[in-house]
Design a protein around this ligand. Sequence first.
Ligand code: CA
Ligand code: CA
Ligand code: CA
Length: 177
Amino acid sequence: MSTSVANERLAKRFDKWDTDGNGVLDAGDFESEAERIAQNLGKNADSPEVQELNNAFRGLYEYLAQKAGVEAGGAISRQQFLDATGDMLFKEGEASFNRALSPIVKALIRLCDDDHDGQINAREFQAWLSAVGVPVSQAGESFQKVDKNDDGQLSEDELLQVVREFHFGQLEVELLG
Ligand SMILES: [Ca+2]
Ligand SMILES: [Ca+2]
Ligand SMILES: [Ca+2]
């Protein structure tokens, strides 16, 4: 694994989630990110799947705040974020990473899964990428990399695994914008 690429990606992740650009992460940043994704998909803010996404982002904020030793409702500094997420990736490993991000991946699947089969097909994947703000030009190539078992569908496990590999610096497929 490449630690410098991984650290660079965590720094980029911080910038992306610091939606108001004030240099710290607080609950409002994560609310705005969830709102932005819902808007990109044209989903009603009151719909259950948008509520699920909001809850997932709130849960992620609370998990990170707790890891960073920040009091409930407090702001997470850039350094605290890098330390907490770096620990998750390089010390605590898969379980901790999954605990932080699987609710987000689950909620995104629910939001994009138009045919309600619990998986993401090629067409739904385009919606996913636009929702998180990734250019869809690479959608075909990315889809094949995520679809590890080559069955034409992206499962929750496949998506979560690629988010993790991206953050380890192992794979060039960005799934969370
Ligand atoms: Ca902020
Ligand atoms: Ca589907
Ligand atoms: Ca698959």
